[in-house]
Design a protein around this ligand. Structure first.
Ligand code: SF4
Length: 415
């Protein structure tokens, strides 16, 4: 599907495809063909071919990447008991095999640290199972539901919040029951917003997805449908003109994609996202703050700016959930706040996501922001701007306008 193959179809030494000294984080490059240089264009650009040829075993991985570290080798050998290994050839080509800290590698190649679990980590950190009135449906917030459609993804993220069920490596045996899920929504008029997620809904065929969307659209009180997907990033070949034609019949339909690093935004991804945007689908991005991936202000800023170029609004930046075996991937809340501090005011407002922590155990998303209000006094609010300059907004402690000028502030008087 991609016309721009700036890396061409010929084999490139892996270390030259992506190096940590790439000229610009915001440069758009093709993933190229890498190890699959002998594959025809038509196969490579077909999503079924990409799925069929995923990297799924330690033997395959070691053959393609002899630089596998002992930690990765041991983690991969055990992965199929926790969260399966799967990487599409397209996405695999984004890995820099010469860089142990490659941000792409870090997200999809298992490590032995995944088997280390702290007592405060959980298999269901967002408490989804305890908010499920019927299997596969999570009803936590008053007017919206999460509709899980499948336990399969194009590739598996090592920090996945739903690793208990996706890929079925732990024997969770997830079986959504669409009839019961839809019936619950039909019988619950307060539900006006349905988020399809999983696993990845875009792994369904166009027909199957069309049928599901049509059934949801037939419910009069469902105003709004969202699809949560990482397919545009893992498998941009799936975003075909036919898929976009089908999706646009179901407006208002929004899509939340999931990208964590500017290097994921290739020419192929930009084309796929452009197609979705041309179909009138508003696009937002949900990223997860991850150690060694996007835990630097420089990377985070390049990422959000590059998303805007791809017509995607950075929507949420999540603190990584306390999923079992994720300590090596989690960056600190302090780092998250520093990143937000370096975005707000320093770049376009549209580029600034909301930083949230999903309250461990099932409290829902809680926004977390740097403190801009320094104090609230009897006759003013004292706050700072992005440069650290301090300002005052005069108002009474109860929020009403002042009738006399505020008195000179000697000591901040907190109320
Ligand atoms: S694509 Fe989403 S559901 Fe699938 S493994 Fe990644 S985070 Fe989990």
């Amino acid at each position: 599907m991609q016309n721009d193959t700036s890396s061409g179809n010929k084999e490139e030494p892996p270390s030259q495809r992506w190096s940590s000294t790439s000229p610009s984080l915001k440069e758009f490059r093709s993933a190229g063909r890498g190890f699959w240089s002998d594959v025809t264009d038509s196969d490579w650009n077909t999503w079924h071919w990409q799925l069929k040829h995923r990297v799924t075993s330690v033997e395959q991985l070691q053959r393609l990447m002899p630089t596998l570290t002992p930690e990765e080798y041991a983690g991969t050998a055990l992965a199929n008991h926790k969260l399966a290994l799967a990487i599409t050839p397209y996405f695999f080509n984004l890995i820099d095999p010469s860089d142990e800290l490659c941000p792409i590698r870090w997200q999809v190649i298992p490590r032995i640290e995944e088997t280390h679990t702290a007592s405060w980590e959980m298999t269901d950190p967002c408490g989804e199972d305890s908010h499920s009135p019927v299997p596969g449906l999570v009803h936590r917030y008053p007017d919206r539901v999460l509709f899980l459609v499948t336990d399969r993804c194009a590739a598996y993220c090592r920090y996945c919040t739903r690793s208990r069920l996706v890929s079925n490596a732990t024997g969770y045996d997830f079986h959504p029951e669409f009839d019961r899920q839809i019936q619950y929504i039909q019988n619950t008029p307060s539900v006006r917003d349905v988020l399809l997620s999983g696993g990845d809904p875009l792994l369904f065929s166009d027909d199957k997805l069309n049928q599901l969307l049509s059934r949801l659209r037939a419910i009069p009180h469902v105003e709004f449908i969202r699809i949560g997907t990482r397919i545009p990033i893992f498998l941009p070949q799936r975003i075909t003109p036919a898929l976009c034609e089908m999706l646009k019949k179901h407006h208002p339909l929004f899509m939340s994609i999931h990208s964590n690093h500017p290097r994921e935004l290739t020419t192929e991804v930009r084309t796929a996202l452009g197609r979705l945007a041309d179909a009138g689908i508003p696009l937002g991005n949900q990223s997860v703050l991850l150690r060694n991936v996007n835990d630097s202000p420089e990377v985070a800023k390049a990422h959000v700016q590059k998303l805007l170029i791809c017509r995607v609004k950075p929507y949420y930046m999540y603190q990584c959930d306390l999923i079992a075996g994720s300590a090596h991937l989690r960056a600190s809340v302090r780092t998250g706040l520093e990143i937000m501090e370096n975005l707000r005011g320093h770049t376009t407002g549209y580029a600034v996501p909301q930083y949230v922590i999903d309250a461990p155990g099932g409290g829902g998303k809680v926004p977390v922001n740097p403190d801009y209000v320094l104090s609230r006094n009897a006759d003013r609010v004292v706050f700072r701007n992005y440069e650290g300059k301090v300002f005052e907004y005069p108002e009474a402690a109860d929020g009403t306008p002042l009738v006399t000028a505020p008195k000179e502030l000697e000591e901040p008087e907190l109320v």
